[in-house]
Design a protein around this ligand. Structure first.
Ligand code: SAH
Length: 268
């Protein structure tokens, strides 16, 4: 029988503690490389898009590592049940505190207890909204542990017990935390040194200085009768900078009055 388990470069899968850890990587991880540990019922959802393009290349190069912890083997009984009906009644199912706790214990092995050095997060629509500052904070840590919920969510006691931070991808409800985890990891990984070819691009883009980014243009010079703004082809770099700044301010003012207010009060 052939082993057709998908194997991705730079991916370390952690099995339930009953079995020895299986190293699913053939690329040595760089010393001190940033690590994302994901507790999920759907480990096959990873690396997903994180395995492609710049984040995928960085994963292969060992600049960061992705470790999935399958929640299922920590389940109860023959069927490895991970969920149960909500106390107090109501629709749906809730992930059990004892089951999730075992996965958190497994995830904690070899990681610092200090949450500043290693954030432990539950992806949740009730959480504080993820933003660029959070991405920077995570990228500055040694790694993160992310718990992906399913069904109605997770027993509150396990979140309280493990001092888990709740973080939301936005004000909408997904069926599970996996897509949110991938989006957030992508945002953090692209800030790691050497992941983007051009480091300057992370300093100028949207949300870096509290403003949205200016518009971009490239060839052809005229398309469907529309020209590139003349200043961009003038060769006057100072004028280009001024134009970009003014456009960034205009777009932020028009589209995101909330960001604009925060930005202007900071500039005062
Ligand atoms: N009953 C919950 C929603 C559960 S959705 C509530 O009303 O708050 C199922 C799972 O999807 C959650 O446990 C969470 O891990 C994930 N999820 C849903 N929406 C999300 C969002 N906006 N950001 C991050 N994770 C989300």
């Amino acid at each position: 029988m052939s082993d057709d388990t998908p194997r991705s470069h730079g991916r370390l899968a952690i099995s339930a503690s009953l079995r020895p850890r299986e190293l699913m990587t053939d690329t040595p991880m760089l010393r001190g490389a940033w690590r994302a540990r994901i507790i999920t019922l759907l480990p096959e959802a990873f690396p997903g898009t994180l395995g492609l393009s710049l984040t995928g290349k960085a994963l292969q190069e060992g600049r960061w590592a992705l470790e999935t912890i399958d929640l299922r083997p920590f389940g109860i009984g023959k069927h490895r049940n991970v969920d149960d009906t909500p106390a107090g009644g109501g629709a749906g199912m809730v992930l059990r505190a004892d089951v999730v706790a075992r996965a958190f214990d497994e995830a904690a092995i070899g990681t610092p207890i200090d949450r500043a050095r290693w954030p432990v997060v539950y992806l949740s629509p009730r959480g504080r909204r993820f933003d660029q500052a959070t991405a920077r904070r995570w990228a500055g840590a040694e790694g993160v542990t992310l718990l992906c919920g399913r069904f109605e969510g997770v027993d509150q006691r396990v979140l309280d017990h493990y001092a888990v931070e709740e973080v939301s991808l936005g004000d909408f409800v997904l069926t599970g935390g996996e897509i949110a985890a991938q989006a957030m990891i992508d945002a953090a990984v692209r800030l790691l040194p050497g992941v983007l070819g051009n480091a300057a691009s992370t300093e100028e883009e949207s949300h870096s200085h509290g403003l949205l980014e200016h518009p971009h243009y490239t060839r052809p010079a005229v398309w469907e009768g529309r020209e590139i703004p003349a200043v961009l082809t003038s060769g006057d770099h100072a004028a280009v900078d001024r134009w970009r700044r003014a456009e960034a301010e205009r777009i932020t003012r028009e589209r995101r009055p909330d960001l604009w207010t925060a930005y202007s009060s900071r500039a005062d």
